[in-house]
Design a protein around this ligand. Structure first.
Ligand code: AMP
Ligand code: MG
Length: 416
C-alpha cells in the first residue's frame, strides 16, 4: 500500500482492492461445531450427504397404499392387509389388498399409489377390515420418492455459505451432527470524536450521543464476529496509536468511525501510519465518500486489517454494509460479491442526482413500488431505520416516478 494517497475510486474498484487486501488475511483455522450451535457461522467445507433423503419412498398423506391396477373403477373394495405408521417399515403388499398408511410411512413393496383417506371409506370386517376406494388412483400419486430432496453423495451446503436456520435443518436431514466452520472473525471497534458521549450521561453543550458505537457493534455481531469494544478514543495522536496497537494485538480487523473526512483534524491517519500503513480513499458513493484502509502491525510481524469509516451515521452504516461486510466475507472464505438487487418501480422523483453513485434509503410499499425517505442527509439515522432497502442509483441518473431502479434489501445486506 502506498502510504500517502488520496484517490477517488469507483465502488467496484474499492471493493476489489478491499478483497485483494483482505485475501492474505483469510482465516485459516476451522473448527467443528455442533449443528445445534452453528447458526450464523460460515462453512469451511462442503457438506456431503451420506444418504438419500428421504431414505425410502414414503406416503405424503394419511390414507391407503395400494397397487393402482387393483382399483379399475371407483368403488372397488379391497381388504386391508396391514397398518404402516411412520417409523415402522411395512411388509411387501399382498396383491389385491390395501395397506393402511400414515404420512411419512414407508411405502411397501408392491404398492405404487397412495389414496388419501378422504377418498376412501373404511368398512368393518375381520382383522383390519376392508376399504372402499372411491377414486381411480394414478400410478405414483402421493408418493414422496426416495432421494427426491437429496441424493446420496451430493453436496447439500457449500463452503463459504452462512448457516441459516433452514441450512441447519438441511444439514440435520442428512445426518450431520457436526459442521466444519471457519473460526469467528475477531473485530475491534472504536469511535473517535471529542464531541461523543454515551447514553446515560447528561449531554453537555456541543456534544452528541455516540450512535455509531451501538450500530457498528450490532452489525459486527450480526455478522458473527467476536467484538471487542474499545469505546471512545480521544482525538489525540498518542491515544489513537495506543488504541490501534491494543486492537491489533488480539483482533483480525479493526473498525473505527470518524476522523477520516478530508480536511479535518485527523489523528487516525498519522496514528495508523506510525503503527502500520494506511490508504485514505475517496469512494465515488453517496453517502459514505471517505474510507481509510490499512494494516496495523503486531509484535510478531503479522498485521491486523484496519477499516476507518466516516463518522456520519448513515455514511458509517452504508460503508459498513458495502465495504466492511465484503472484507469479513473474504476473511471467512465467502464470495465477496454484493447481493443481487431487484428491479423495482420508483414511486418517487429524484430530479437532482449526484455525480457519485447514490444509495438512497427507500421502503417497498403495498403496491410493490418504492417510497423514498424524504430526508436523505447522511446524518439522518431515522432514514436507515425507516427504510427496508437501498436504491443503488448510478451517477448522474435522475429518477422519475414510474422508472425502474435497482433495489437491495437491508436485511440481505446485514445478514450476508
Ligand atoms: P467525522 O467523520 O469525524 O468528521 O464526523 C462526521 C460527523 O459525524 C460529525 O458530525 C460527527 O459529530 C458525527 N459523528 C462522528 N462519530 C460519530 C458517532 N460515533 N456517533 C454519531 N455521530 C458521529
Ligand atoms: Mg470527528
Amino acid at each position: 500500500m502506498n502510504a500517502d494517497t488520496r484517490v477517488l475510486l469507483s465502488l467496484d474498484e474499492a471493493l476489489a482492492r478491499l478483497a485483494a487486501g483482505a485475501a492474505p488475511h483469510a482465516l485459516r483455522r476451522t473448527e467443528s461445531v455442533s449443528t445445534f450451535d452453528a447458526l450464523g457461522r460460515v462453512l469451511a467445507a462442503e457438506v456431503l450427504s451420506a444418504l438419500d433423503v428421504p431414505p425410502a419412498d414414503n406416503s405424503a398423506m394419511d390414507g391407503y397404499a395400494l397397487h393402482a391396477a387393483s382399483v379399475p373403477a371407483a368403488g372397488t373394495v379391497l381388504p386391508v392387509s396391514q397398518r404402516i405408521p411412520a417409523g415402522v417399515p411395512g411388509l411387501a403388499l399382498r396383491p389385491g389388498t390395501a395397506a393402511r398408511i400414515f404420512t411419512g410411512g414407508q411405502v411397501p413393496a408392491g404398492a405404487d399409489a397412495i389414496v388419501m383417506q378422504e377418498q376412501c371409506e373404511p368398512l368393518p370386517g375381520d382383522g383390519l377390515g376392508s376399504v372402499r376406494v372411491d377414486v381411480v388412483p394414478q400410478h405414483g400419486q402421493w408418493i414422496r420418492r426416495r432421494g427426491e430432496d437429496v441424493r446420496l453423495g451430493s453436496a447439500v451446503l457449500h463452503r463459504g455459505a452462512r448457516l441459516t436456520p433452514q441450512a441447519l435443518g438441511l444439514a440435520a436431514s442428512v445426518g450431520a451432527a457436526l459442521l466444519p466452520v471457519v473460526r469467528r472473525p475477531r473485530a475491534a471497534l472504536f469511535s473517535t470524536g471529542d464531541e461523543l458521549m454515551m447514553p446515560g450521561q447528561p449531554l453537555r453543550p456541543g456534544a452528541i450521543y455516540n450512535s455509531n458505537r451501538y450500530m457498528l457493534r450490532g452489525l459486527l455481531q450480526a455478522a458473527g464476529c467476536e467484538v471487542t469494544d474499545l469505546g471512545i478514543v480521544p482525538d489525540r495522536l498518542d491515544a489513537t496509536r495506543m488504541a490501534l496497537r491494543e486492537a491489533a494485538a488480539a483482533n483480525d480487523l479493526i473498525v473505527t468511525s470518524g476522523g477520516v473526512s478530508v480536511g479535518e483534524e485527523d489523528h487516525l491517519k498519522p496514528a495508523a501510519q506510525a503503527e502500520g500503513r494506511l490508504e485514505q480513499w475517496q469512494i465515488a458513493i453517496k453517502p459514505g465518500k471517505p474510507l481509510a484502509f490499512g494494516e496495523i502491525r503486531r509484535a510478531d510481524g503479522t498485521a491486523a486489517l484496519l477499516l476507518g469509516l466516516p463518522g456520519n451515521p448513515v455514511s458509517s452504516f452504508v460503508t459498513y454494509l458495502l465495504c466492511v461486510s465484503t472484507v469479513l466475507r473474504v476473511l471467512q472464505g465467502a464470495p465477496a460479491a454484493l447481493p443481487v438487487g431487484l428491479t423495482l418501480r420508483a414511486d418517487f422523483d429524484w430530479p437532482r442526482p449526484d455525480r457519485r453513485r447514490e444509495f438512497l434509503r427507500v421502503r417497498v410499499n403495498a403496491g410493490g413500488g418504492l417510497d423514498l425517505y424524504p430526508n436523505q442527509s447522511s446524518g439522518v439515522l431515522t432514514s436507515a431505520v425507516w427504510a427496508d432497502g437501498l436504491v443503488d442509483n448510478p451517477p448522474d441518473q435522475a429518477i422519475g416516478r414510474g422508472d425502474t431502479v435497482q433495489f437491495v434489501s437491508l436485511a440481505e445486506l446485514i445478514s450476508r
